[in-house]
Write a protein that binds this ligand. Structure first.
Ligand code: GDP
Length: 524
């Protein structure tokens, strides 16, 4: 039991979130190098250089061989077992990206110092906030000219609406980048220095004792002034606030040149939370206990195009996984044996024999699982909290190409929707089907799987981006529906409106003040 407790307490499971090109791959790679999980830089990078024909799923799968195995990366560092979950961006952005954040205990947000907060970072940040998980920020690319640090800090607090605390502070940037003034370790870390001479210790007043050769006096004085400003006018550090997701620790560095990365990792691991209890129908489930339990947060379809097998990504929430163990699938009450499972590593996929709360395992799935499913080895089956509904942003009208295939069409749609691959809406009045997604990839996967698994070709007619808002109002009827504010029902028969744009949304609200609208992603 102590052993299990120690094992679980050594777990740190997090996701790295960022807008494409901020440096997620580069930082991940550096972290993996520290952990000894990969030998060469470039291993992770390789997976995203492939350009694929977006219509060809088989091709996507081929390109994705490595991306799939690296969607969970695990390594040991200083007695901690680190699990990093990938949150794909670009064309790969999908509801799965959001759901991945349901399986982590904290998140690292990378920001490009020249760009500040970008669209995708903001979306992912909001999902983290929804769960109240701690977020740590790494402001990257300090070796290049970027925005002023104080400006970045102000933007962070304004755009994200959250307090921040710089753990360290940059001294210069771009070609004048000297290093970071480390408030946490009370030292200066120099950018251009031999490994052993990297640090200048600071005295109790946070100043360099005597003088340091090579130190630019003007820059040094300016840094002291800025740090004093932070000390006096900035937020106070509070571990509790960090753990409640109310204060973001901020780090500066340069992933590419591997500067500030280890300092970040060391500090981060001190504050990042270990696996915490999770809410369920049977109350909070403590991680440290004999009973094994967890939930499926993502299903990766068609790993092997020759077969229909998929991998269900499973977050262990309590106890220990052992190969061949007997569990119950709570949704159906069906007992099952967990034989084929896999643990994820950057370079290879190993068959896992042992994993504990906090870890992520992959379960081979032949169509048994749905996203959100709970598995437990306990006598009493229970279910973890339902995964939230994410607000889709892009929509298509969908129908079967061949009218004689209606039965297959409906069966396919229903199963894929239930599995969580895509969201389904029906128009009111003359009923037609609309699919909603957060990323284009979801439509492609849908089309491909309908053809291959349900033998149905579909016609998808783009409707473009829309703003979806739900309503529980009983004052809703067909008359409120127009091309700019289309009334639909979701798969639970809840009414929602699809607005053409922000203007249409506001116009509708003005005209219909008693129809209350809400965004499910703001509900938590
Ligand atoms: P991702 O899309 O977030 O995974 O970003 P990448 O890690 O692929 O980085 C995007 C680009 O930024 C690449 O050309 C990187 O070499 C570059 N990059 C990443 N980190 C740094 C950095 O610290 N400094 C500079 N100058 N470039 C960086």
């Amino acid at each position: 039991m102590t052993n299990l407790k120690e094992q679980i307490e050594s777990r740190r499971t997090f996701a790295i979130i960022s807008h494409p090109d901020a440096g997620k791959t580069t930082l991940t790679e550096k972290l993996l190098l520290f952990g000894g999980a990969i030998r060469d830089a470039g291993t992770v990078k390789g997976r995203k250089t492939g350009k694929y024909a977006t219509s060809d799923w088989m091709e996507i799968e081929k390109q994705r061989g490595i991306s799939v195995t690296s969607s969970v990366m695990q390594f040991d560092y200083n007695g901690t077992r680190v699990n990093i979950l990938d949150t794909p961006g670009h064309q790969d952005f999908s509801e799965d990206t959001y759901r991945t954040l349901m399986a982590v205990d904290s998140a690292v947000m990378i920001i490009d110092a020249a760009k500040g907060i970008e669209a995708q970072t903001l979306k992912l940040f909001k999902v983290c906030r929804m769960r109240g998980i701690p977020i740590f920020t790494f402001i990257n690319k300090m070796d290049r000219q970027g925005k002023m640090p104080l400006e970045l800090l102000a933007e962070l607090e304004e755009v994200l609406g959250i307090e921040s605390y710089p753990m360290n502070w940059p001294m210069g940037m771009g070609k004048d980048f000297f290093g970071i003034y480390d408030r946490f370790y009370n030292r200066i870390e120099m950018f251009k220095a031999e490994e052993e001479q990297r640090f200048i210790p600071l005295n109790e007043d946070g100043e360099v004792e005597g003088s340091h050769p090579g130190m630019d006096e003007v820059l040094y004085e300016q840094t002291l002034e800025e740090v004093m400003l932070l000390n006096e006018a900035g937020n106070e550090f509070s571990r509790e606030k960090v753990l409640n997701g109310e204060l973001i620790p901020v780090f500066f560095g340069s992933a590419l040149t591997n500067f500030g990365v280890q300092t970040f990792l060391d500090t981060y691991l001190q504050f990042a939370p270990m696996p915490s209890p999770r809410e369920s129908s049977a109350g909070p489930i403590e991680p440290v206990q004999e009973t094994f339990s967890g939930f499926i947060f993502k299903i990766q379809a068609n790993m092997n195009p020759m077969h229909r097998d998929r991998i269900a990504f499973f977050r262990i929430c309590s106890g220990k996984f052992e190969r061949g163990m007997n569990v119950t699938l709570s949704r159906t009450g069906k007992p099952m044996k967990l034989n084929n499972s896999t643990q994820f590593l950057a370079e290879e996929r190993n068959n896992v024999s042992e994993a504990v709360a906090g870890d992520i395992i992959g379960l081979y799935d032949t169509g048994t699982y749905q996203i959100g499913d709970t598995l437990t080895s306990g006598k009493e089956a229970f279910s973890f909290e339902k995964l939230p509904q994410f607000t889709p942003e892009m929509f298509v009208r969908v129908s079967a190409k061949n009218v004689l295939k209606q039965k297959h069409f409906h069966k396919g749609i229903n199963q894929l929707v239930q599995e969580g691959a895509i969201q389904l809406f029906k128009t009111v009045g003359i009923e037609s089907y609309i699919l909603g997604a957060v990323g284009q990839l979801q439509f492609e996967v849908f089309e491909h799987r309908m053809k291959n698994e349900y033998n149905t070709e579909v016609i998808m007619e783009r409707m473009g981006d829309k703003i979806a808002r739900w309503t529980t109002s009983d004052k809703v009827d067909e008359k409120l529906s127009s091309s700019r504010s289309m009334l639909v029902r979701d798969r639970y028969d809840q009414y929602a409106f699809l607005f053409e744009n922000d203007f249409a949304l506001r116009w509708f609200q003005e005209k219909n003040p008693d129809v209350e609208l809400y965004n499910p992603m703001d509900q938590h």
